[in-house]
Design a protein around this ligand. Structure first.
Ligand code: P6P
Length: 339
């Protein structure tokens, strides 16, 4: 084993000593890690249990729920309720807010999560994952009003995801960089294997669902056309494309080797506000990407500055290597008709 690969607990205690990470947040993060460990086990044994298919229900998003979506949601709810400092949970899989405390107190946490992102990949044995976001409330909030959980992404104190791939990785930021822990078979520990992940400012790799080309707005089409034009085009370099249809896998690749991921608003999803959800997909991934030296934008606004109006709100997402995000923002600004 390379130099002592810290366990998650050892790392978080170091974070506590060096950056005053709250002990309650350590307990919560360990509960989230437990959820991810158990979900990973469910995913890896799904073919034997026979629960990789549809649950025969639809979630608030109008998507067909997989049995594993329901299981993963139950694990997050069960374990995030342990530490006694969680005031409410917001899950992609459930319409209403789970209020765990009738009188939330200053210092309590709000936890937002997508318990199993990319679950349409389950039956294909492709990577899926869980995404989570944590906000700490500074003042008491009204548990009878779901609008109390509407917090902008810059209020997050912690964000992360787990990716259930060839190995199970847990990627976490508490505001002091991004660190990746890998689940160790046998001991069950999450060990620090990729400390201080950084995104290169430049890239020649983009990720977008190109089948939606005709639906895109001009700035996205312009960016895509220039990438495809390669050396002969205005970018004067060759680009590579990836599309896994699993946001956690795309983000993990970008954290590992750079790149840019786009899921814009288009003529097919504009009435919904886009495809990806702000509170438990775009915001947590936005914090992670920024903490690793990248950028996360709607094309016209920093994602973490978007003021939420509903806890299942959707948003356009462009995130990854800073120079590509900046170019896409430039194309959006140039496309706006002169006021
Ligand atoms: P498409 C998965 O359903 C998801 O929410 C993200 O994880 C992923 O990036 C995107 O949708 C895939 O969308 O259009 O390829 O189905």
């Amino acid at each position: 084993m390379r130099e002592k690969q810290l366990t998650l607990r050892q790392f978080l205690l170091l974070d506590h000593r060096q950056h005053a990470l709250e002990k309650d947040l350590i307990f919560l993060l360990e509960d989230i890690a437990t959820s991810c460990r158990i979900i990973s086990n469910h995913v890896r044994s799904g073919a034997f249990v026979g629960n990789l298919g549809s649950a025969g229900s639809t979630n608030i998003q109008g998507e067909t729920q997989k049995q594993m979506d329901v299981l993963a949601n139950e694990e997050f709810v069960r374990h995030c309720s342990n530490c006694g400092r969680v005031a409410a949970l917001v899950s992609e899989e459930v319409d209403e807010v789970y209020w765990l405390k009738s009188n939330p107190e200053p210092g309590d946490y709000l936890v937002y999560f997508d318990p199993l992102d990319g679950s349409s990949n389950l039956e294909l044995n492709l990577s899926v994952g869980s995404i989570f976001s944590v906000v700490r409330i500074a003042h008491a909030i009204d548990a009878s009003d779901d609008r109390s959980v509407l917090r902008a992404g810059h209020e997050q104190v912690c964000a992360g995801y787990s990716v259930y791939g060839p190995s199970t990785s847990l990627v976490v930021t508490t505001g002091n960089g991004v660190n990746c822990f890998t689940h160790q078979q046998g001991t069950g520990e999450f060990r620090l294997t990729h400390p201080d992940m950084r995104i290169p400012e430049e890239t020649s790799e983009f990720a977008i669902n190109a089948s939606r080309y005709k639906l895109w707005d001009a700035p996205i089409q312009r960016y895509f056309d220039e990438c495809i034009a390669g050396r002969d085009g205005p970018r004067e370099k060759t680009f590579n494309m990836r599309w896994v249809a699993s946001m956690v896998a795309e983000v993990h690749r970008i954290l590992t080797r750079g790149g840019v991921f786009l899921y814009p608003c288009d003529d097919g999803n504009r009435t919904d506000g886009g495809k990806l959800r702000l509170m438990y997909e775009a915001n947590p991934m936005g914090m992670i990407i920024e903490q690793a030296g990248g950028a996360a934008s709607t094309g016209t606004e920093r994602i973490m500055d978007v003021t939420p109006t509903s806890h299942h709100q959707r948003v356009a997402v462009i995130l990854g290597s800073k120079s590509e995000v900046a170019l896409l923002e430039k194309y959006h600004a140039e496309a706006v008709p002169n006021q």
